[in-house]
Design a protein around this ligand. Sequence first.
Ligand SMILES: CCCCCCCCCCCCCC(=O)SCCNC(=O)CCNC(=O)[C@H](O)C(C)(C)COP(=O)(O)OP(=O)(O)OC[C@H]1O[C@@H](n2cnc3c(N)ncnc32)[C@H](O)[C@@H]1OP(=O)(O)O
Length: 193
Amino acid sequence: MSGRTTGLTPPEDSKAPVRHPDAPAPGETLGAHYDQCFGCGHQPGGLGLTTRAGEGVSVTAEFTVRTGHQGAPGLAHGGVLAAALDETLGSLNWLQRVIAVTGRLETDFVRPVPVGAELHLEARVDAVHGRKIYCSATGRIDAPDGPVAVRAQALFIEVRVDHFIENGRTEEIDAALADPDQVRVARAFEVNP
Ligand SMILES: CCCCCCCCCCCCCC(=O)SCCNC(=O)CCNC(=O)[C@H](O)C(C)(C)COP(=O)(O)OP(=O)(O)OC[C@H]1O[C@@H](n2cnc3c(N)ncnc32)[C@H](O)[C@@H]1OP(=O)(O)O
C-alpha cells in the first residue's frame, strides 16, 4: 500500500484529542444529528447507522447492508461503505463537542461486503491541530472482531454552525432552525454557539 498522503499526516506539534467533560458516557447511544441525514437519520433509503460513544475519543457503529445498498450483485456499493465510514467519523463530533465536516476521506476497500452482512465500525480521533481533526476508522464484517472490510483515514475541519446556515438550502435550514430538537442538537455539538 502506498501509505498516507501528507494531507492526512498530523503535523508534529499536533495535540492529543480531548474528550469533552460533558460527552456522552462510553456505551451511550448517540442520536441522529439530523433526522434527514443519509447516515444516521431515519429515512427509508438511508443507512440507519446506530452509533455509541466509546472510550476516549472513539465511537462504534453498526449498519446492515440491504438490497438498496448494492453496487455489484449481492455486494455493497463502495460509496455506501465510504458513507458509513464518513458518518461514523462525523459522530466523533459528539465526544469533542465541536462541529466538524469532512475535508478529506481516504478509504481502503479490503474485502467485498455482501448484502445481509452487518458492518461493525469503529472510529477514533488520532490528533488535533487547530481546526484540523485527524481521525481514522475501520469496518469489520459481522462482528466487532470480524474480518476487516474497509478502513479510512480522514481530516475533519471544525466549522461554526454558520457553515450550514450559509450553505444549506433555505427550505431545510429554516425548518431545522424552527425545530427545537435540532437547535438542541446543534448546541450539544458546539461549546460556544
Ligand atoms: C444546524 C445543523 C447542526 C448539526 C450539524 C452537525 C453536522 C455534522 C455532519 C457530519 C456528517 C458526516 C460528515 C460529512 O459528510 S460532512 C459533508 C462533507 N463535507 C463537506 O461538505 C465539506 C466541504 N468543504 C468545505 O466546506 C471547506 O472546504 C472546509 C470547511 C472543509 C474548509 O474550508 P475553510 O475555508 O473553513 O478552511 P480552509 O480551507 O482554510 O482549511 C483549513 C485547514 O484545513 C486544511 N484542509 C482543508 N481541506 C483539506 C483537504 N481536503 N486536505 C488537506 N487539508 C485540507 C487547509 O489546508 C487548512 O490547513 P492550514 O492551512 O490551517 O494548516
